[in-house]
Design a binder for this molecule. Structure first.
Ligand code: NAP
Length: 462
């Protein structure tokens, strides 16, 4: 979907005394970029960004890997947006629980849902309830400070870890597991995860995909970083790479570059005697069953073959062959999904997205980012999508006008007051931010994230 950005708009058919009241649900990249677009083009609007947690930035804070600090630079732009005079950040408000969509509709002219992903696609196979098997979302949340993931019982005392999925999240998890701990010490990784990584015995990570090297979802830069890790060698299986070098000339960028990288690394592979850790790239395997007494000890894999004409879109078809590998930790990284936060949100449960057309999900209801289109794409794609949906909102206001004034947050504040919800404003977040930076400074980290909601609220209220 391609949107055309609107020019700067100043005048509307709406009566001048009616201020457009807009509520953005979610303070991750989609929410902030949409707010930025609307705030700079419709100065008369009052834009309130609601966030479930007391802290902002969604997946930038909780999804981006701690050793990828440069990917978090967009926080500077979001901070500027939060300080616009027509934008307000309201943390610790759980839409669907503290306040309903129906109540938001009464208070605001427009509700733009951008609350991202909150669930995972699941493997759902036998043995999945054994200990030390995690969804990537929870594992990432554990090392990135999601409050409800802080007590995830991650056990890194075994030698081999297995990750399912060939996307960039799987690469992040593999890199963190294989990183020398000294590289993590100076990042904003949570204290509890750093303590666990410091004692890690993991020496081998198997990165397993159900299809072949031509169908992977990860990207060149991320793969290169993983393959170039110090003190780590990569094991490729010749049968997986059969015929791949010959196909490279037929490919176009960026797939061509990615495949060339794999071929080059495969052809120049050697097993350095002194490599402390190993990454095993495994293709054409799907998990069938996990084995173990209490904790996972092994996984039975179905061997797949590829079927279909289109090289890049071939399907994985199971054969009757299988193999079993030993493992002491499993991370399933096969994609994220969104949830229906309120029954008044039109939701496609199968795809895990809000039903929408070009971001429009109802008369006054819009949606942007992963919640609208599914969990794929980098920050730039989310920005483009959020700008596009925001331009649809402005166009609708321009063409349809606003029939009557709405009370905006004033009305929602009463509901929250009755429920004793402590609203965290931007100034309150700045106190948490400063606290985290101060704590981080003591241990030579950019910040030590507060991982407990009660503590966040206490700092905010101080
Ligand atoms: P993803 O890119 O969609 O990858 C999901 C992987 O899971 C694919 O390899 C997929 O294989 C596999 N999969 C799906 N269902 C499966 C099943 N039932 N059994 C086995 N394998 C299955 O998702 P992601 O890694 O969660 O990443 C989400 C988005 O965030 C991506 O766009 C990614 O680029 C982005 N991201 C970017 C960065 C970065 O820029 N550094 C970091 C992290 C994430 P099939 O192809 O066969 O379905």
């Amino acid at each position: 979907m391609r949107f055309k950005a609107l020019p700067f708009i100043r005048h509307f058919t709406t009566a001048p005394n009616i201020k457009p009241k807009i509520c953005v649900v979610g303070s991750g990249p989609a929410g902030f970029y949409a707010a930025q677009y609307m705030a700079t083009r419709l100065e008369t609007a009052e834009i309130d960004i609601f966030e479930r947690l007391p802290v902002p930035f969604g997946l930038v804070r909780f999804g981006v890997a701690p050793d990828h600090a440069n990917l978090k630079n967009c926080i500077n732009t979001f901070t500027k947006t939060a300080q616009f005079k027509n934008v307000r950040f309201m943390g610790n408000i759980n839409v669907g629980k503290d306040v309903s969509i129906k109540q938001l509709r009464e208070a605001y002219h427009v509700i733009l849902l951008a609350y991202g992903v909150d669930d995972s696609r699941k493997l759902d196979i036998k043995g999945g309830d054994l200990k030390n098997i995690f969804q990537a979302k929870d594992f990432v949340g554990w090392y990135n400070g999601v409050p409800w993931d802080k007590d995830l019982p991650v056990d890194l005392s075994g030698r081999t870890a297995t990750i399912f999925g060939h996307g960039n999240v799987a690469i992040d998890v593999a890199r963190l597991l294989l990183s020398p701990v000294d590289k993590l010490k100076t990042t904003d990784i949570t204290e509890h995860a750093l303590a666990t990584f410091s004692k890690s015995s993991v020496k081998e990570v198997c990165l397993i995909g159900r299809r072949g090297p031509l169908q992977v979802s990860f990207t060149t830069k991320e793969l290169r970083e993983l393959l170039n890790m110090k003190d780590c060698c990569t094991i490729w299986r010749p049968e997986d790479m059969e015929g791949i070098p010959e196909i490279v000339p037929q490919l176009v960028k960026p797939r061509k570059r990615l495949t060339e990288l794999m071929v080059e690394k495969f052809q120049t592979r050697r097993i350095p005697e002194d490599a402390e850790k190993r990454l095993k790239m495994i293709f054409l395997r799907s998990p069938q069953e996990f084995g173990g007494r209490e904790k996972v000890e092994s996984v039975k894999l179905t061997i797949n073959r590829l079927e279909g004409e289109d090289l890049l879109n071939k399907k994985a078809v199971p054969t009757d062959r299988e193999e079993t590998i030993d493992t002491s930790l499993v991370v399933s990284s096969i994609g994220y999904k969104s949830i229906q936060a309120d029954s008044d949100i039109p939701f496609d449960n199968e795809r895990g997205v809000v039903m929408n057309k070009y971001g429009k999900a109802g008369d006054d209801l819009y949606t942007a980012g992963w919640l609208a289109k599914g969990a794929s794409g980098v920050l730039l794609h989310t920005m483009e999508h959020a700008f596009g949906v925001a331009s649809v909102v402005l166009k609708d206001i321009e063409t349809e006008g606003l029939p009557r004034a709405k009370p905006g947050f004033e009305q929602i504040a009463k509901i929250l007051d009755e429920k004793n919800v402590q609203v965290v404003r931007w100034e309150d977040w700045l106190k948490i931010d400063q606290f985290e930076k101060n704590e981080g400074q003591k241990v030579n980290k950019p910040r030590e994230k507060v991982v407990d909601v009660e503590q966040m609220l206490k700092i905010a209220a101080a």
